[in-house]
Design a protein around this ligand. Structure first.
Ligand code: KG4
Ligand code: ZN
Length: 339
């Protein structure tokens, strides 16, 4: 029998309460309780998110243990998301993880959520052969947009980041302006497939180096929509697919231009993406096209591992376990955790 430890992973950085059980690099269960409550507010309400985590966390952990078909006595360590994220949400998962490690007398593993989004590629069933180090990591989510030079599991250096909003935030806020429910990213993606991406032009920011900015396009998009709906109240309804396709094209071009720059700078052609926006079909198509042309070697996670999940925290925990990087009970969640 394999000696790899069973790791229980807990993720509660934002609005999803998630728990997973891994044995070594294999995922035995990966459970998520989504918080539908935020839809009616058009975005995440932090106070409501932490309350929902409180009520979801016990059932989700039970479910993860049940699906993995193991007894809690077999768990060898607990990995939890230390940050970045919403403090109230992080505190729920963090306090729960710490209490369990005390009760079960097992080690605690503190995980950076953004590192988890990239390390998901090392889960056994994700790729036949995982990416080799070093590579260009691209994290695109609701809270982050980063280009990262990844030399080892935890040797990561940020090459560029957003100066304001994250790409997912731009998808969601522009989508809200179109009347779409939160999170609007997946719906824009779906509608964009039926639209003309060249129909409307939105300005792209001129940001030096490898940084990006998404607040300018968000404002330009909203001003454009307001102007057009003042002229024609049916403007959104009549042009929804084209608006989504044109917006998505611009949002993606901004990050693709910076991926090209980082690849050239580092002379490294291995591009590994992670985070909720990695599920976007437009972004994936461009990356796959590059791969087909032989320009880049591209790694895209399967859908279940793009948006927030606990398996990504578990795999990061496994590598920390192997290198004996254990947390202690005085560790604290950090909303602005940086690596
Ligand atoms: O990684 P994630 O689940 O949470 C954060 O860590 O932020 O990412 C959530 C973000 C949301 O902004 C959501 O709209 C976006 O990922 N998203 C998408 C798609 N699926 C999720 N954006 C564009 N296209 C998608 N298919
Ligand atoms: Zn995330």
């Amino acid at each position: 029998m394999s000696k790899a430890p069973f790791i229980l992973a807990i993720e509660s950085s934002c609005d999803d309460t998630a728990a997973a059980v891994l044995q070594g690099n294999r995922v035995l269960s990966n459970c998520i309780a989504n918080q539908e409550i935020h839809k009616q507010y058009g975005g995440i309400v932090p106070e409501l998110a932490s309350r929902k985590h409180q009520s979801n966390i016990v059932p989700v952990i039970h479910q993860a243990l049940r699906q993995a078909n193991i007894d809690k006595k077999q768990i060898g360590a607990i990995a939890y998301t230390q940050g970045p994220g919403l403090l109230g949400s992080l505190l729920v998962g963090g306090s729960f993880a710490k209490s369990l490690t005390m009760a079960w007398q097992i080690p605690l593993l503190e995980i950076d959520h953004m590192q988890g989004h990239l390390l998901v590629h090392f889960i056994k069933e994700v790729h036949q052969s995982p990416p080799k180090f070093p590579f260009i990591g691209v994290t695109v989510s609701g809270g982050h947009t980063q280009l990262i030079w990844v030399e080892d599991y935890f040797k990561m250096t940020v090459l560029g980041t957003t100066l304001d909003d994250a790409i997912g935030e731009a998808f969601d806020k522009c989508g809200k302006h179109l009347g779409l429910l939160y999170p609007a990213g997946p719906e824009i993606d779906r509608l964009a497939k039926k639209g003309n991406p060249s129909r409307f032009k939105f300005p792209k920011p001129k940001v030096p180096n490898l940084n990006v900015s998404y607040s300018g396009i968000k404002t330009a998009f909203m001003n454009f929509i307001n102007k057009e709906t003042n002229k024609n109240r049916e403007f959104i309804k009549e042009n929804l697919a084209d608006l989504c396709a044109s917006l998505q094209k611009t949002l993606i071009e901004i990050i693709i231009e910076k991926i090209v720059l980082s690849v050239n700078l580092k002379k490294n052609y291995r591009v590994v993406i992670g985070g909720g926006v990695a599920a976007n079909s437009g972004l994936q198509n461009i990356l796959i096209e590059r791969q087909k042309k032989g320009d880049w070697e591209v790694f895209i996670p399967p859908l279940a591992y793009t948006t927030d999940n606990a398996a990504m925290i578990g795999i990061a925990g496994y590598f920390k376990f192997l290198s004996h990087e254990f947390g202690d009970l005085s560790s604290c969640p950090n909303a602005r955790l940086k690596f």
